[in-house]
Design a protein around this ligand. Sequence first.
Ligand SMILES: Cc1cc2nc3c(=O)[nH]c(=O)nc-3n(C[C@H](O)[C@H](O)[C@H](O)COP(=O)(O)OP(=O)(O)OC[C@H]3O[C@@H](n4cnc5c(N)ncnc54)[C@H](O)[C@@H]3O)c2cc1C
Length: 477
Amino acid sequence: MNKDLQEILKGIVGGKNALLAPEEILVYESDGVSLIKGKADAVLLPGSPEEVMQIVKLANQHQIPFVARGAGTGLSGGCSAQQGGWIISTARLDKILEIDTVNRTARVQPGVVNAALSETLYPYGYQFAPDPSSQSACTLGGNFAENSGGPHCLKYGMTSPHILGAKIIMPNGELVSLGGKVPGNTGYDLLGLMVGSEGTLGIAVEFTVKLTPLPEAVETFLAVFPTIEKASQTVSEIIASGITPAALEMLDKLTLEVVEKFVHAGYPQNAGAALLIELDGVQLQIVEESEWVKKICQRNGVLSLEKAEEEEHRKKLWLGRKSAFGAFGRVTHDFFVMDGVVPPSKLPVIMKKIEEISVKYQVQIANVFHAGDGNLHPNILFDIRDKEMVKRVLSAGEEILEECVSLGGAVSGEHGIGVEKQNLMPLMFTEVDLNTMQKVHDFFNPQNLCNPGKIFPTGKTCGEALPGRYLSVASWI
Ligand SMILES: Cc1cc2nc3c(=O)[nH]c(=O)nc-3n(C[C@H](O)[C@H](O)[C@H](O)COP(=O)(O)OP(=O)(O)OC[C@H]3O[C@@H](n4cnc5c(N)ncnc54)[C@H](O)[C@@H]3O)c2cc1C
């Protein structure tokens, strides 16, 4: 980048908020997927929506690609600078602008950390319901762009229904305001389109979010099963019974062992799998639902069903679940977090398939996931220095996602497509489907400067994927 442009950028954001040295930029080269890397020419930390607008206008003037970045915890390569250019970090846009408990809304900037918002809301008796397991780090901007889920999204829904309004700097630098404090039904649902668009249709600079009242009562159980099939069947039957737990999470044998050594959550060793089941609502309803859940667990041969008797115990059980990814880091050089989804009734089938795939490709797979939604996270453990192993990991991953689709599911439950799964899109969509999506993209982002190289397959035509699909990622290592 030429010196003049560097000086203009420094003038917009301030010298210390324009990172231009390669060693400063290095840490921004990937998100949570270490296999996917992109080299930016600059990382910019604007302090206001106006500064974001100026940067985007400048990028348009000079035809420079740009990509928004929250905390970089994404798990599909969404915020990596695939075609170079500028990373626009929202780290300084981290203010909670207004809490309106009368209308149950808050106005926040995109760099606000998910857990920080809920912690601020607790004294008022509210929370921001979507709770990705990365919530202590990930930002509202990332949640919005990925339409993120989390353990409690089974009952409360993913991010989309919790976003009532957004201010977005469009790819050409114009500011668009969508929605507000009330859910509206006025014309095209552009807000709905923006949520989950993975930062390819603009950069959000403010949200109006919905506040969810804290439940009157909560009960949390750890149900331990001899096999993962029995645990999967239990999930399927709980969902079929009509009960909607607040959360219904699965941890397999390997995960239980690794996590226990790390955080001592009181998880069993040598069990086939465990379910973390949380019920919330009014006390009377919970008592009745608990009885149903117990009966279903017993019918499926539960080995033990432990109820968290006090808040400290409950927190400990959750700490285990939320520390799982960190715990994997202690036993493996790298791990690949997969994200597929199947109808809950197909959980027993897919878990068996994953086991077979693990044997076929000789890779260790640890499963910890949002079971109630059928949203799988098989974590494939590997060593990035072993190229042959990386190929097996990617083939195993691809086969798992193919199985998800063939069982009526999808290639992503919550982490998005990004770069990781772009060449798997034709598994789910026809060329006409993809071309229709491409037209929407091109209308809002005609120069393809805003987060280029994401979501759409990299084949010659839109519906044509490169051979190797996942393996095409490996060539970038
Ligand atoms: C340990 C761990 C656990 C996780 N658990 C979950 C989980 O339970 N559920 C889940 O859904 N995900 C989970 N994730 C994935 C990830 O945390 C989410 O996708 C999260 O929403 C990303 O937020 P971020 O701030 O890190 O975004 P980033 O990774 O920085 O960016 C993600 C995408 O959002 C775009 N973006 C960021 N800010 C903006 C903005 N202001 N405007 C427009 N686009 C923007 C980026 O361009 C990129 O495409 C987990 C990740 C980790 C590492």
